[in-house]
Design a protein around this ligand. Sequence first.
Ligand code: SME
Length: 151
Amino acid sequence: MIFETLKPQIEAIVSKQEKPIEQRLLNICEVLEKNISYYNWVGFYFRNGLKEELILGPYVGAPTNHTVIPFGKGICGQVAVSNKNFVVPDVAAQDNYIACSITVKAEIVIPIFVNGKNIGQIDIDSNTPDPFTEADERFLEFVCAKVATIL
Ligand code: SME
């Protein structure tokens, strides 16, 4: 199972205290994008202080214009408000969706909690239709929990 193989790699990256946090977050994006064939854009968004908006953090994949996303807008903005995982099997079926690339078919966003507060999220786009299962959700919750320990 690829996820079980990747968990120790995520833990190893997170615990590299000599590396800046931004670098460790980028390394996590790289490991996910490289090892999971249907993860085609992997990035972090974080709440901008007390403002109700998300700011793009480290990411791997095509550059995006959406470096600032207001709360409530798009899949990411909705997760900032709902505090819940959002799995989108078909982005074309979503009304409140911000398109980054025409190749994207599906998206998953998992919130990151620090001391019970939703402070950001991991966002993954896939060029494969309906690729995500509960195993992706559980694995990405693991990744987010590890990331929360260094924020
Ligand atoms: N599709 C996202 C916007 C971010 S990009 O996927 C990088 C959304 O609807 O919130």
